[in-house]
Design a protein around this ligand. Structure first.
Ligand code: SP5
Ligand code: ZN
Length: 340
């Protein structure tokens, strides 16, 4: 299996993030995650790690607002020019309510407009890392259009919380959505998100579209991040109504219940009959994940891979979350091993 990966992510390493209650903690979405995965992929004989190609900004602008991408491109330089005391990371403290939002000109005003929380911290290397991460997903998509049965975008930073015009939850550019949109020019696409958290950004990007079926299985937003999206009654809008599905799960969900929900999601994909499948592969559903409350085992993760493979669709797998670094390599190998 082709695995698209670049070292560019290393320069995106914010010094901290802020948890609920204002707790400053080391940035959980850290470069070591990639080392653990690369190390595990080095131990199998089917993973071929390749540099991504550069697709430029067009496929990114096709799903994201241009002014938002411009903000990502210039905000670090602007941040360094401010009088802030601690410039180690750009992180606003006031966030826009998206009701009747006025677009401010100031850097911190725009930061609060374009960032939804305190875990999408920006440093010097963030923009480039986010672009290259999207290129990994695009390269995997291109590989699949060229006849590969599957390909893996080993993306960092992850993407599924990034919406049309906002960053959040460690995500800046929605890699899986950029890839799905590229594929959608060749036929119908289904995007299945199995990250522990609701793929709110993906939901935002495709909510009005009927040519890309989006499905997210995740911890119930009634108690879990991202809190304001991911409920079962959100089903798409306009022509896109019926082409988005959320499957919120209770804390403590184990393999059997998870797999039952997965079967319901897979039935919707079979009925939709897409040409391509994109999987947002977050490993934070793992039982011992520090951010998660869902209790899927490594065997369960392998079974999820097997059942997704049973769709028989050309599949682009895109890395999302997963924060138990000790288990991350093993879990990714368990998952990809069924999809190779
Ligand atoms: C890609 C991805 O998995 N992003 C997740 C971002 C979640 N950020 C949530 C921060 C809230 C932290 N709550 C801490 C609970 C620790 N037990
Ligand atoms: Zn997650």
């Amino acid at each position: 299996m082709k695995v698209f990966y670049s070292e560019a992510h290393r320069d995106h390493y914010p010094p901290f993030e802020v948890f609920d209650g204002g707790l400053r903690v080391p940035y959980l979405e850290n470069p070591d995650r990639m080392d653990q995965i690369l190390n595990a992929l080095g131990g199998v004989d089917w993973a071929d790690v390749i540099e991504p190609a550069d697709y430029g900004l067009d496929p990114i602008h096709a799903v994201h607002d241009k002014e938002y991408i411009d903000f990502l491109a210039s905000c670090w330089t602007e941040w360094l020019a401010t009088a802030a005391k601690d410039k180690s990371t750009l992180l606003p403290a006031t966030f826009a309510l998206r009701r009747n939002p006025q677009k401010p000109k100031s850097l911190l005003g725009r930061a609060g407009y374009y960032i939804m929380d305190l875990s999408a911290c920006i440093v010097e290397g963030t923009y480039r890392a986010a672009l290259v991460s999207a290129n990994c997903a695009l390269s995997a998509a291109e590989a699949v259009t060229n006849g590969e049965r599957s390909a893996f975008g080993l993306c960092r930073p992850p993407g599924h919380h990034a919406g049309k015009d906002y960053a959040g939850g460690y995500c800046f550019i929605n890699n899986a959505s950029v890839a799905a949109n590229l594929l959608s020019s060749k036929g119908k696409v289904a995007l299945l998100d199995v990250d522990y958290h609701c793929g709110n950004g993906t939901q935002d990007i495709f909510y009005h579209r009927e040519d890309v079926l989006t499905i997210s299985i995740h911890a119930d937003p009634d108690f879990e991040y991202p809190h304001y999206a991911g409920f079962a009654q959100e089903k798409g809008s306009g022509r896109g109504y019926g082409f988005h599905h959320n499957f919120p799960l209770p804390a403590g969900t184990e393999d059997v219940a998870y797999l039952k929900t997965l079967e319901n999601a897979l039935a919707l994909i079979r009925k939709f009959n897409p040409k391509y499948l994109v999987v947002s592969a977050g490993m934070d559903i793992y039982a011992d994940d520090p951010l998660g409350t869902i209790k899927v085992s490594t065997n369960g993760i392998s079974e999820i891979g097997k059942r997704i493979a049973s769709l028989g669709l050309p599949t682009v797998i895109v890395m999302e979350g997963g924060y138990n670094n000790d288990a991350l390599g093993r879990n990714i190998v368990a998952f990809l091993g069924e999809l190779k």
